[in-house]
Design a protein. Structure first.
Length: 127
C-alpha cells in the first residue's frame, strides 16, 4: 500500500549543496538515482509523529561514514520516495543540525525550480 506524507517547503542553510557534491555521497547517490544528484536538497517541515510512521515503512539504502580530504563525514540512510511522480530520496543523516520535523530530499533535479515551489508550499510525497 502506498503511503503519503505532506510537508511544507522551507529554505535551508545551503549546506545540502556542499554535502551532495562530496565524492563519497555523490557517487552513491548517482548509483541510486541513475545520474549525478542535483547539488542541493529540498527541505520540508513535517509532523514528527507522521514522519516516524512514514519512514518506518520504507526500505533504506545505507552509506557508511567516510573520510574525504582528511575530514570524516557521517553515514546516511536513503529512503526512496516519489514527489510529483519523480523518484527521489529522503536523506536520513547520522549527523545533522535538523530535528525530526525536517525531511531533506535529494534528486537529479532542482525540485524547487522543476515544481515551482516557494517557502510555505505544501508538497505530497509517496512511498
Amino acid at each position: 500500500m502506498q503511503e503519503e506524507i505532506v510537508g511544507r517547503v522551507f529554505s535551508g542553510t545551503g549546506r545540502g549543496a556542499f554535502f551532495t557534491s562530496l565524492l563519497g555521497y555523490k557517487t552513491h547517490l548517482a548509483q541510486l538515482l541513475g545520474r549525478e544528484p542535483f547539488p542541493g536538497t529540498l527541505n520540508l517541515h513535517v509532523i514528527p509523529e507522521e514522519a516516524v510512521a512514514f519512514l518506518g515503512g520504507l526500505h533504506t539504502h545505507e552509506l557508511a561514514s567516510f573520510t574525504e580530504d582528511g575530514r570524516e563525514y557521517g553515514g546516511i540512510r536513503l529512503a526512496k520516495i516519489l514527489i510529483n511522480g519523480l523518484a527521489a530520496y529522503i536523506v536520513i543523516s547520522e549527523k545533522t543540525h535538523y530535528d525530526k520535523t525536517t525531511f531533506e530530499i535529494v534528486s537529479t533535479e532542482n525540485l524547487r525550480n522543476k515544481f515551482e515551489l516557494s517557502d510555505g508550499d505544501e508538497v505530497h510525497i509517496f512511498s
